[in-house]
Design a protein around this ligand. Structure first.
Ligand SMILES: *Cc1c(COP(=O)(O)O)cnc(C)c1O
Length: 304
């Protein structure tokens, strides 16, 4: 299985000259088509650990369109692990073929267990964990979204020495693992701006548990109503960004982050001369699933 780390270059995104802002996009999406961006970073040390401990099976959790589920399935099949996905929503059980993410995961050998939303919420309870052990035997658990200490260790490797020239590092935030890794490898004077892709009152707290400095801030104005919620304005932005820069963005995370960065630049949030590095954390496999929903609602879709 090949991961193309040399593909993760910093690509300049052109802005109106009068803004006197430099924006670069780190193309982590190009590391691998399915174990892309931060999911590669988050899985790396977990998979090394799973192998070291002699596990043959990975078990993890996710929703219907989860980039993490797709990444674990793909990495598992490429590296010789069996994979089990605990999926939120019993109603999906008969509809695997209609869901591009689940279909892909299944083709990569993932075994599913579909659970109700209530059971899913209690996924870390002892009762549920014991049930899983009884059903599946020994497995290495990767938490929902893949965030744990080893994931954060992997995300510390996103920034390179030359990235010390940037004043701001921007990333999309889901569970907070990626931003924690970025925060923990900053140079003095640098700041991380996190753009949450969902409404979550505990994110600030969750990240504080891992962060070793205060050089970060969450910009909470660009979640578009919640996780995987989008509107025509966001779709239009993603399509325009792709047409201008030849870079695809995903609708759940990186599209919202870049929409936010462009809006902040427009509003002169950044001082003149600022150098910004935004992290393209990948997630492009989610476009097909989102387009399915958009088509059902007769809304404009994301260009491929
Ligand atoms: C999972 C994901 C994120 C969120 O990462 P966290 O570490 O959970 O905050 C951001 N961007 C993309 C594209 C993702 O797939």
């Amino acid at each position: 299985m090949e991961f193309n780390l040399q593909n993760s270059i910093n690509q300049q995104i052109f802005l109106p000259k009068e803004k006197e802002i430099e924006l670069f996009l780190k193309r982590e999406d190009r590391i691998h088509p399915f174990v892309s961006g931060n999911k590669y970073r988050k899985l790396k040390y977990n998979l090394i650990e799973a192998e070291k401990q002699g596990f043959e099976t990975l078990l993890t959790f996710g929703g219907a369109f989860s980039n993490h589920i797709a990444a674990v399935a793909s990495a598992g099949s490429g590296l010789g692990f069996k994979t089990i996905g605990i999926i939120r929503g019993e109603e999906l059980e008969g509809k695997i073929g209609d869901n591009p993410t689940l279909k892909f995961a299944k083709q990569n050998g993932m075994h599913f267990k579909f659970v109700s939303r209530d059971a899913y919420r209690a996924k870390h309870s002892e009762v549920f964990q014991n049930e899983l052990k009884e059903e599946f035997g020994d497995f290495y658990t990767i938490p929902e979204g893949g965030t744990n200490a080893l994931a954060i260790k992997g995300c510390r490797e996103i920034l390179t020495d030359t990235d010390a020239q940037f004043d701001y590092v921007c990333c999309a935030v889901g569970t907070g693992g990626t931003i924690s890794g970025l925060i923990n490898c900053l140079k003095p004077g640098q700041q991380v701006l996190g753009f949450p892709a969902l409404k979550d009152d505990f994110l600030q707290q969750d990240i504080s548990k891992f962060a070793i400095n205060n050089q970060w801030e969450l910009i909470t104005d660009y979640h578009f109503g919640g996780y995987a919620k989008i509107n025509a304005e966001l779709v239009a932005f993603i399509n325009q960004f792709k047409a201008q820069n030849h870079v695809p963005l995903d609708p759940v995370y990186t599209g919202k982050m870049l929409f936010g960065i462009f809006d902040l630049i427009e509003k002169n949030y950044f001082p003149k001369g600022a150098k910004i590095l935004a992290i393209h954390t990948g997630g492009l496999q989610g476009i097909d699933g989102m387009n399915q929903l958009l088509k059902k609602k007769n809304l404009p879709i994301i260009d491929k």
